[in-house]
Design a protein around this ligand. Structure first.
Ligand SMILES: NC(=O)c1ccc[n+]([C@@H]2O[C@H](COP(=O)([O-])OP(=O)(O)OC[C@H]3O[C@@H](n4cnc5c(N)ncnc54)[C@H](OP(=O)(O)O)[C@@H]3O)[C@@H](O)[C@H]2O)c1
Length: 307
């Protein structure tokens, strides 16, 4: 039997990180589809030797500490999930956001190169301005509208050509903070919600993303890849569908326009930034439909006793 592949996961306490560490350890994360592995081969119990590092354990803006940690652990593959993800706060905290998302990613790429490891780094649909009027493919021109998107694009450009960059969007996991928990709490408490219908994109279940990343760890393809659940939707559609799953009627969610949000968000978001996953689907099994993912998330968050 061959030796396990050593994988270092940064941002391991984040919503994708906790699911990815589980998946690589052949543990089923909450919300996961047990039958789904996009390359068709289930994860073996001893296939990976996984080291997940949290922000507390490794600050990726500390270049020396990062280089030391990578040399000490000598992973075969690094999945770089650590990121500054507070999109609105980034507008007033741009230096920190760039330090983490741009310089931190460059640091990971250099450290990976130093020991001959393959880097898989995660980026976002917010590198696009949303004005294309159709799903974005990997080669489309970027034009971020906010600091977070600009910092992630800078991080992409600081990677080396052989690195793998996975762009994802609207990520939500059973564990971790995301809008679906807010929607579910309001649905269960009898409250109503207002959600924008003029922001259109692609939902990504953290556990499905983790499955896709495990496939990337196996394949190490290099280059840019878009990964998201199948189907395009709006935040209003997500809220309405989740409400239906929790027994609420048509009066639960009201559609509004972004211009009606009060207070207005600090960061401008693209109006239509859905990711085309055609490149992915030509090589691997497509991720499940977004409604299937939302259904699993809502079901499993209820099963875990989340508020
Ligand atoms: N969430 C989305 O909708 C979305 C969409 C597209 C792409 N992405 C990308 O997908 C990846 C994973 O996202 P996620 O949703 O799992 O994010 P998340 O839940 O916010 O997790 C990010 C993790 O990075 C850690 N971190 C922040 N600064 C760090 C630093 N300087 N050094 C080390 N760790 C640091 C955070 O720790 P602390 O919380 O302790 O600071 C957090 O645990 C990120 O690259 C993100 O940009 C996310």
């Amino acid at each position: 039997m061959s030796a396990p592949v050593r994988v270092l996961v940064t941002g391991a306490a984040g919503q994708v990180g906790v699911d990815l560490v589980d998946v690589l350890n052949a543990v089923l994360p909450p919300g996961a589809d047990a039958a789904f592995q996009p390359d068709g081969t289930p994860i073996g119990a001893e296939e990976f030797d996984v080291l997940g590092v949290t922000h507390h354990e490794l600050d990726v803006t500390d270049r020396d500490a990062t280089a030391r940690a990578i040399r000490a652990t000598r992973p075969d593959v690094i999945v770089h999930l650590a990121a500054y993800t507070r999109v609105d706060r980034a507008e007033v905290d741009a230096d920190t956001c760039y330090d983490v998302n741009a310089t931190g990613t460059e640091t990971m790429s250099l450290a990976a190169h130093d020991i001959g490891a393959h880097l898989i780094s995660i980026s976002t649909d917010y590198v696009f301005d949303g004005r294309k009027g159709a799903s974005y493919i990997e080669g489309d021109p970027t034009n971020p509208l906010n600091v977070y998107g600009s910092s992630k694009r800078a991080g992409e450009l600081l990677c080396r050509a052989e690195d793998t960059i996975v762009r994802s969007s609207w990520v939500m996991g059973v564990r971790g903070k995301n809008v679906l928990h807010v929607i579910a709490e309001r649905a269960l408490s009898g409250a109503t919600v207002r959600f924008v219908e003029d922001q259109v994109g692609t939902v990504t279940l953290a556990s499905d993303m983790a499955r896709a990343l495990a496939t990337m760890v196996r394949e190490r393809p290099g280059g840019l890849w878009h990964v998201a659940n199948s189907g395009t939707t709006s935040w209003f559609d997500v809220a309405q569908y989740a409400g239906t799953l929790l027994g609420r009627g048509d009066d639960f969610a009201t559609p509004i326009m972004t211009s009606e949000l009060e207070p207005a968000p600090l960061a401008t978001r693209p109006a239509r930034s859905d990711l085309s996953t055609q490149k992915w689907s030509e090589r691997f099994e497509a991720l499940p439909q977004w409604r299937d993912g939302v259904r699993r998330l809502v079901h499993d968050r209820t099963a875990t006793g989340a508020p």
